[in-house]
Design a binder for this molecule. Structure first.
Ligand SMILES: Nc1ncnc2c1ncn2[C@@H]1O[C@H](COP(=O)(O)OP(=O)(O)OP(=O)(O)O)[C@@H](O)[C@H]1O
Length: 276
């Protein structure tokens, strides 16, 4: 068991803006995830969560910092050579919010998995067990993405990521577009996958109610910086940073949640920050 399977150290990313100027989307973000562990990255829209996720998988290049998987540094760019590229793909796979855009519309679910399995030198016969693993049956196996529901498409995207046998799965708002009951099913599925494999999860979400079901540790991001971190249960029940309090007040996690009080708390916090 590796207690530092994924290590992100001092990641920073600043974007140049059209028309001049720049915007720092992530600043000095560090964390580790053990083998089989699950880390949540939470924060409001624009807090830098996706930027961190994109740096992990290599879709954005950090300006500073480094990322290692099992002690091996990940190069910011995709390496040359097929073997090195496939090895890198097996380190980290990503599941996006909308699998509709990342799944090939021409391929049935089975064909989609065959393609991923073949590419990684694994037998096509693993497609059936993978579909089974994510709860897709024989009808869905022959269906193309447009004929699947949102939840089924997300199951297929997870199966395709697992076909690569990755060590780490990064999920960016992976259940955000789904109905609450379907969200719960996908979260249960992820929890099962975690139990059965040693895959580690990095679960990016604006929704604290969602991360509490799948993660052990959580990072709270605000304007590109980590403002709080700790065991998920502790952060959600006894938050230390005022911003985490605010985030918690903003989500209907309890029966006595009061949207008006939450909105007022946010307005008060914004006014305090802006100053006189
Ligand atoms: N390519 C880019 N060029 C310029 N600015 C960017 C770029 N990508 C992200 N940003 C800015 O960086 C900040 C962080 O964006 P990011 O998408 O990482 O946040 P987020 O927390 O994931 O939010 P959301 O949930 O809305 O995607 C935002 O202010 C965003 O506008």
């Amino acid at each position: 068991m590796t207690d530092r399977l994924l290590q992100a150290e001092h990641l920073s990313k600043t974007y140049s803006l059209p028309g001049g100027g720049s915007h720092t989307a992530a600043e000095d973000v560090s964390f580790t995830v053990p083998e089989g562990g699950a880390l949540g990255i939470v924060g409001e829209s624009g807090s830098g969560k996706t930027t961190v996720a994109r740096m992990l998988v290599g879709l954005a290049r950090p300006d500073h910092g480094r990322i290692t998987v099992a002690g091996r540094e990940r190069e910011p760019r995709a390496p040359r050579g097929r073997t090195a590229r496939l090895t890198r793909a097996r380190e980290i796979q990503m599941v996006f919010q909308d699998p509709y855009v990342s799944l090939d519309p021409r391929l049935t679910a089975t064909q989609c998995l065959h393609t991923a399995l073949r590419l990684h030198g694994r037998p096509e016969s693993e497609a059936g067990p993978l579909l089974d693993r994510v709860g897709l049956g024989s009808r869905e196996a022959d269906a193309r993405p447009r004929d699947l529901s949102g939840g089924q498409r997300q199951r297929l995207a997870i199966a395709r990521a697992l076909a690569v046998d990755p060590r780490i799965l990064v999920l960016d708002e992976a259940v955000a577009a789904l109905d609450v009951s379907i969200q719960a099913q996908i979260l249960r599925l992820l929890a099962e996958i975690r139990r059965e494999t040693a895959v580690a999860l990095v679960f990016v979400s604006h929704d604290l109610a969602v991360v509490q079901h799948v993660t052990d540790e959580v990072l709270v991001m605000r304007t590109g910086r980590v403002v709080e971190r700790g065991p998920t249960h502790r952060v959600l029940t006894t938050p230390e940073h005022p911003y985490t309090h605010l985030l918690l007040a903003s989500v209907p996690t309890t029966e006595d949640w009061d949207p008006t009080a939450a909105a007022r708390a946010r307005e008060r916090a914004a006014a305090t920050e802006e100053g006189p």
